[in-house]
Design a protein around this ligand. Structure first.
Ligand code: 5RP
Length: 294
């Protein structure tokens, strides 16, 4: 087969330009395989190194949570403003258009409901289905210190093994039992266990004292959950502090979809996460966008 027909021009091999060998920008991710890094780069913006994940997977144990009664109506319009959507396969297949260009993080554990012991979870999705759905990571709940600690930690390691086989990152979600203390000591323990056992990134809660010791002792990126609905300024302040204290992003649900202006809130959170905007400025942005909508 001809190379370039009729061309006698000499080929250019750029012998004076050494091939680049660059480090991957995400903490602790340099030794991962290409496919895994590529998926992570669809979650974490390569310019800011951060992510704004929109978490809408609550229904897997809570049913139709306020704001998620109709994912097709309430959530689909928000997708363009998030970096990533964290969702179950049932909601994804039935309510999210397949032409979405956003990275999907798939909830792959389940098995308990709000009516029973929440830590009694196991893997509830096969990695083959995650691959079939073309997702960028799999989210696994890990209950350190709870009744089913052992089972949930081993679910995570099983997913990590399968993920390494196919180039699919595992997000370990540290879930805190109802009666457990949420402090830096607990979150250092829980996040470090997840990272040591192979999770490519970890989701945890922000705490006002010692959060920087949680991020610094965890060798992979940490994203924070939003938790229950707060006044917008408080949620923006929490996101701001988390980022300034070493978080690589947020995985926020109720503080976005339960806001009276979810798109305005998502834009304000983006400003805090990607542009280091202060909570006051971001809140100003939120109120302006909210009033423009009216
Ligand atoms: C459940 C989850 C949820 O996705 C997450 O907690 C929801 O986010 P938010 O707390 O911001 O509503 O991981 O454990």
């Amino acid at each position: 087969m001809a190379d370039i027909d009729g061309s006698n021009a000499p080929k250019e091999f750029y012998t004076d330009i050494p091939q680049k060998s660059e480090n991957f920008y995400l903490k602790g991710s340099n030794s991962l395989d290409w496919g895994m890094k590529n998926r992570l780069s669809r979650i974490f913006n390569p310019v800011s190194g951060k992510t704004v994940m929109l978490a809408v997977d609550h229904g897997y144990f809570l049913g139709p949570t306020a704001g998620l009664e109709r994912i097709d109506v309430n959530i689909v319009p928000l997708i363009p403003y998030a970096d990533t959507l964290m969702i179950t396969r049932g909601a994804l297949r039935t309510m999210v258009p397949a032409d979405t260009q956003k990275a999907i993080v798939l909830r792959v554990t389940g098995g308990a409901s709000i009516l029973t012991e929440l830590s009694n979870e196991d893997l509830a999705v096969d990695i083959e289905d995650a691959i079939r759905l073309n997702v960028c990571a799999m989210a696994v709940q890990v209950y350190v210190g709870s009744e089913h600690e052992h089972q949930t930690i081993l679910s995570m390691t099983r997913m990590v093994d399968m993920g390494l086989r196919y180039g699919m990152p595992t997000l370990a979600v540290t879930a805190v039992g109802k009666d457990m203390v949420r402090d830096a000591k607990y979150f250092r323990l829980a996040t470090r266990i997840c990272a040591e056992l192979g999770a490519q990134y970890v989701k945890t809660y922000y705490i006002s004292e010692g959060f920087e010791t949680v991020t610094s002792s965890c060798p992979v990126p940490i994203v924070i959950a939003g938790g229950k609905k707060l006044p917008e300024i408080d949620a923006l302040t929490m996101a701001y502090r988390a980022i300034q204290e070493g978080a690589a992003g947020v995985d926020m649900g109720r503080n976005i979809f339960q806001s009276t202006a979810p798109i305005a809130m998502l834009k304000a959170v983006r400003a805090v996460v990607h542009d280091n905007e202060t909570p006051e400025k971001a809140f100003e942005m939120y109120t302006t966008l909210k009033s423009e909508k009216k």
